[in-house]
Design a protein around this ligand. Structure first.
Ligand code: URA
Ligand code: SF4
Length: 192
């Protein structure tokens, strides 16, 4: 079966998930979007308001900034990557996901990674970066390096919402991390 068809099955299975209490406040589960055959997977934190309403990750303000940076540095749009989040349901008032919510939702992310086997995984912000690198260090320490994993190269960078708050310097660092992604897309696959 094609990867995208298998993902559609996973997505429909997750659509009525009630494993954690984020199911009570969501409008809908936001499973993932984009091209799973492109070799690049992007992992954010959790759906925000726009994502919860539209059912698609990264369609709000931070998503638009991310899309601009990916276009400028890598020349790709959503056909050039698959994008999802650590938790698939919007936390109330955009609060941080709780550890038990991250843990409850993790099997969905693992199944996406297993199936897609991307060459490069770009993790946005603390939640995705700590979880996938398996580190307690924050994003400021983790970024500017790549980490081999059984799923592919992990490249941590800032969350675009941090760039919206932090301005040009954060954007410049995100651009540098995206250039790292570009190089790794052309390099040997990770083996860890
Ligand atoms: N922030 C995220 O982490 N994910 C989204 O889908 C939107 C905003
Ligand atoms: Fe299920 Fe994940 Fe939504 Fe929790 S956040 S209800 S585990 S899909």
């Amino acid at each position: 079966m094609a990867i995208k068809d298998q993902l559609a099955i996973f997505s429909s299975e997750a659509a009525d998930c009630k494993i954690c209490r984020l199911c009570n406040s969501r409008t809908q589960v936001v499973f993932g979007d984009g091209n799973p055959d492109a070799g690049l997977m992007i992992v954010g934190e959790a759906p925000g308001r726009d994502e919860d309403l539209q059912g698609v990750p990264f369609v709000g303000r931070s998503g638009k900034l991310l899309a601009t940076l990916l276009d400028q540095e890598l020349g790709i749009d959503r056909s050039g990557y698959y994008i999802t989040n650590v938790v698939k349901c919007r936390p109330p008032d955009n609060r941080d996901p709780l550890p038990q919510e991250v843990e409850a939702c993790n099997p969905y992310l693992e199944s996406q990674l297993e199936l897609i086997r991307p060459k490069v995984i770009l993790t946005l912000g603390n939640f995705a970066s700590k979880l996938l690198v398996g580190s307690k260090e924050g994003i400021t320490k983790l970024r500017a390096h790549e980490y081999p994993s059984k799923f592919g190269w992990i490249v941590p960078t800032f969350h675009p919402s941090a760039a919206l708050r932090g301005g040009g310097q954060v954007v410049a660092q995100m651009r540098a991390d995206l250039i790292r992604v570009k190089k790794l897309m052309a390099a040997e696959p990770a083996s860890a």
